[in-house]
Design a protein around this ligand. Structure first.
Ligand code: SF4
Length: 344
C-alpha cells in the first residue's frame, strides 16, 4: 500500500489523474501508519498546487427555514419540526449593514445564503439589489448560495458583483434519493453547468456521515470532477433534532480524514475546506490532521443553524498547521443566524 500511495502521489504531482478504482484502493486503508502516509502524501500535493494562504469565508443566513424541500440532513426543511429560526429574506439594508461590520473586522469574503431550492421572482430581485449595493458600498469578495438558478439569473448576479457560487452536490448520485425526494441530482448539476458557462467560480462539495458507503464518498468526488472547482467544502453531519438523520451515528474521524486526503488526490488544485460539523466530528486533533493531510481552508464564524469556533481559535489552528494567515484576519467574524451545513 505504501508503494501505491507513493506511485499515485507522483502521478498527481506530475499532472496525472487517479482513477476511481485507485481511489477506492486508498479508501480501504485502515492501518494508522498507512493512513498517516496517505495524509502526508496529500499534504505534499496541497503544498505543490495550492496557496499556503487559506481562503476563509463567512456567511449570512439571509432567509431561514420555510423551505418546501425535504433534505434529510437539514433543519430548515418545513417537512420537519426542528425549532430552527424562521424568517423571510432579509432586506438589502440589513445585509449590507452586517457585511460592513464584517469588513471592518477583517473579513474578506462574504456569502449570502438563502434556504429553499429556488428564489421566487421577488426574492431574486431583492437579492440582486443586495449584491449591487454590496458591490458599490464594500470591498468584499461577494459569494452566493441561493439554490438552483437559471443561466440568466447567474448572469445577472455576476454583473451585480457575485464572484463565487456555492452549490453542493451533497453526496453521490446513487445515495441522493435516500436523502432528498423533492428535487433531482440532475437539477443541481444543471446549476453547476450554468455557473461554469458563465465563468462564475464554483464552490461545491458535500456532507460526510449521512449513512453513505466509502464507495459513495469516492463517487461524489468523481461527480465533482465534471467541474472546474475553485472550492470543495466538506461538511460532516451534525445530526439536527427533528430531522430524519437525527439519530445517525457519527462517522469515524479516521474515515473522515482519510476521505479528505483522497479528495486531495482527486482534486489537487481545489481549495478543500473543512465546513459544518468539523468541530463536533473532528475536534481540534483531527482537524489539525486534516489540515496537514489535504485540507487547506475552513468555513469560519459559524454555519446556518449551528455555531462554530471563535475565529481566533481557527486562526491559531491554521497557523499551527503551517498556513499563513494575515493579521487583518484576526478579528472576530460575523455570523448570521445560525443548519449544521454551509449551504443548500
Ligand atoms: S438544504 Fe436547502 S433546499 Fe434542502 S431543505 Fe435545507 S434549505 Fe431546503
Amino acid at each position: 500500500m505504501m508503494a501505491l500511495i507513493q506511485e499515485l502521489k507522483e502521478k498527481v504531482l506530475s499532472g496525472g489523474e487517479i482513477s476511481s478504482g485507485e481511489a477506492l484502493c486508498l479508501a480501504v486503508t485502515e492501518e494508522p501508519e498507512i493512513v498517516d502516509a496517505l495524509l502526508e502524501a496529500a499534504h505534499e500535493i496541497t503544498l505543490h498546487f495550492c496557496s499556503q494562504k487559506p481562503d476563509l469565508c463567512s456567511l449570512i443566513n439571509a432567509k431561514s427555514y420555510l423551505c418546501a424541500e425535504d433534505c434529510g440532513f437539514c433543519s430548515q426543511s418545513s417537512h420537519y419540526q426542528t425549532g430552527a429560526a424562521r424568517y423571510p429574506l432579509m432586506e438589502p439594508e440589513e445585509i449590507v449593514r452586517v457585511a460592513k461590520q464584517c469588513e471592518k473586522k477583517g473579513v474578506q469574503s462574504f456569502c449570502i445564503v438563502t434556504s429553499g431550492e429556488t428564489l421566487n421572482a421577488r426574492e431574486f430581485e431583492q437579492v440582486l439589489e443586495t449584491f449591487h449595493r454590496l458591490n458599490a458600498e464594500t470591498g468584499l469578495n461577494l459569494d452566493g448560495s441561493l439554490g438552483n438558478l437559471t443561466a440568466g439569473q447567474i448572469c445577472k448576479l455576476k454583473e451585480a458583483g457575485m464572484r463565487r457560487f456555492n452549490h453542493n452536490l451533497q453526496c453521490s448520485r446513487d445515495f441522493y434519493p435516500k436523502i432528498v425526494s423533492t428535487h433531482t441530482y440532475d437539477k443541481r448539476m444543471e446549476t453547476l453547468k450554468f455557473l461554469e458557462e458563465n465563468k462564475v467560480e464554483i464552490c461545491s462539495g458535500g456532507i460526510l456521515g449521512m449513512g453513505e458507503s466509502r464507495e459513495d464518498r469516492i463517487k461524489l468526488a468523481f461527480e465533482l470532477k465534471a467541474y472546474d472547482l475553485h472550492c470543495l467544502p466538506i461538511n460532516i453531519l451534525n445530526p439536527r433534532p427533528g430531522t430524519p438523520l437525527c439519530n445517525q451515528l457519527p462517522i469515524n474521524p479516521l474515515e473522515i480524514i482519510k476521505t479528505i486526503a483522497i479528495y486531495r488526490f482527486i482534486h489537487p488544485k481545489a481549495n478543500i475546506k473543512l465546513a459544518g460539523g468539523r468541530e463536533l466530528n473532528l475536534g481540534v486533533y483531527f482537524q489539525e490532521k486534516a489540515l496537514r493531510g489535504g485540507a487547506n481552508g475552513l468555513v469560519v464564524g459559524g454555519y446556518l443553524t449551528t455555531a462554530g469556533n471563535p475565529l481566533q481559535e481557527d486562526i491559531n489552528m491554521l497557523r499551527r498547521t503551517g498556513f499563513l494567515v494575515g493579521a487583518n484576519q484576526e478579528q472576530p467574524c460575523c455570523k448570521g443566524s445560525q443548519t449544521s451545513v454551509t449551504s443548500c
